[in-house]
Design a protein around this ligand. Structure first.
Ligand code: PLP
Length: 423
């Protein structure tokens, strides 16, 4: 409900409770929301710096890495992507960006803004690259940096990454991976796949609100970052006397101040060198979200995402709906459904939201109006949500005049759950 003004005073905003089945943001775990209401601590308070250390330890487990650096950037996932790219792409660097959906185009755009000379490879939406093609392109193009999306939420596809990191190492390139959608929902094996820098998302499979972007990077990436390091003028002992032109020769400084990983890592190091004011409540949220993910266990969590995906797909197909995209590269936490001929996709979404309190997503660019995207991520990925959605979607489609076998979708999903629990 909209706030209204009466007698000069604004009404308190109390959001409606929704079932959120989009590819993000999804429902935050209530324990995460509770953690956000704790009192503020100063960012150099030992209790807070201990929380920072614990968060870094848990992020290493989440990213499956021994990297020294694993910490969140303050801002949405895009801030993590920009921080990594701005810090690792020097103007003039050759950057290879394989694109198979909207977020690949985003990597292209950011790489260009960083001054990279971008080489793109494109696949039709709904498909992904054969890793052999990418390995061949890395050998041919000799890029300094390769930037690729792991889980492309716009098309619901997942790019296999094994072998690409090894090729990057052989040819001296750094590999940056957008794992915003996949982290915490399906394996992201940073070390085993030799990924140099990875960005995760909070608002998807971690079930933490949007507002922080966990990242990790290894020593190869750190070397490039440190070579570009400049100490902020106001933090130098001889601050006033150093004009900006006196930057030492060598690699160009990182263009962004806020998203400068050289400064951010100093803040996350034992030095705790002041940079920005930390987002205290968001860190409480991330810490609690990570604690819950690791308490469930990564493998158990991946299996849970697969189980609910199967039940959802069983229900949708028994309704006679067709899935979009190459089934071999389906992203486990995003299911893309073709909007049936003659059905107004936006009317269906509006009815689901307003009559049933359930939100699903449409898509972007060439897929706008063509598909619905249903997210099964984190805390939203649970049986009651799947069954409610299937029942509601069936009712709305019947209302829209679609001929479908009424009553079968929920039964098919229940069968899938029984099979999964027996098997
Ligand atoms: C794969 C992928 N990358 C990047 C982003 C950008 O994240 P944010 O909107 O949190 O900045 C999204 C957001 O949906 C995404 O799905």
């Amino acid at each position: 409900m909209m706030n209204s003004v009466s007698g000069g005073s604004w009404n308190e905003f109390v959001p409606i409770s929704r079932i959120i089945m989009t590819p993000g943001p999804v429902e935050a775990d209530p324990r995460v929301l509770r953690a956000m209401s704790y009192p503020i601590l100063g960012q150099f308070d030992p209790a807070f710096t201990e929380l920072m250390n614990e968060t870094m330890g848990m992020l290493r487990e989440l990213f499956r890495t021994d990297n020294r650096w694993a910490y969140p950037v303050d801002g949405t996932s895009r801030s993590g992507i920009e921080a990594v790219m701005a810090s690792l792409i020097e103007p003039g660097d050759r950057v290879l960006v394989p694109i198979f959906g909207r977020f690949g185009h985003l990597l292209h755009e950011i790489a260009e803004r960083c001054g990279g000379r971008v080489i793109t490879l494109e696949k039709p939406w709904g498909t992904v690259f054969d890793p052999a093609e990418l390995i061949e392109a890395i050998g041919r193009e000799q890029p300094d940096v390769v930037a690729i999306v792991h889980g492309e939420t716009s098309t619901g596809r997942m790019q296999p990454l094994a072998g690409i990191g090894e090729a990057c190492r052989r040819h001296g390139a750094l590999l940056i991976v957008d794992a915003v959608a996949t982290i915490g929902g399906t394996p992201v094996d940073t070390d085993a796949w030799q990924l140099d820098a990875v960005i995760g998302g909070t608002q998807k499979c971690l079930s933490v609100p949007s507002g922080m972007a966990p990242i990790t990077y290894n020593d190869r990436a750190e070397r490039k970052i440190v070579a570009r390091k400049r100490i902020e003028r106001g933090l130098r002992s001889n601050a006033a006397s150093l004009p900006s032109q006196e930057a030492p020769p060598g690699p160009s400084p990182i263009q962004s101040n806020y998203l400068d990983l050289a400064q951010l890592q100093d803040y996350w190091s034992p030095k705790r060198l002041n940079h920005h004011t930390e987002m205290t409540s968001m860190l409480y949220a991330l810490h609690e979200g990570l604690r819950l993910v690791l308490a469930e266990g990564l493998e158990a969590r991946f299996k849970r995402h697969r189980m609910h995906e199967s039940a959802l797909m069983a229900g949708l197909t028994s309704m006679g709906l067709s899935m979009y995209g190459d089934p071999l590269s389906k992203l486990p936490m995003v299911t893309c459904v073709q909007i049936p001929e003659g059905v107004d996709g936006e009317m269906v979404r509006a009815m689901l939201l307003h009559q049933f309190g359930i939100e699903i997503a449409s898509s972007f660019g060439p897929l706008a109006g063509q598909i619905w995207r249903i997210g099964t991520m984190g805390y939203s990925c649970r049986q009651t949500n799947i069954l409610h959605l299937l029942g509601a979607l069936e009712a709305v489609l019947l209302r829209a005049g679609v001929k479908l076998p009424a009553g079968e979708a929920v039964q098919a999903a229940l069968d899938a759950y029984e099979e999964a629990r027996v098997g």
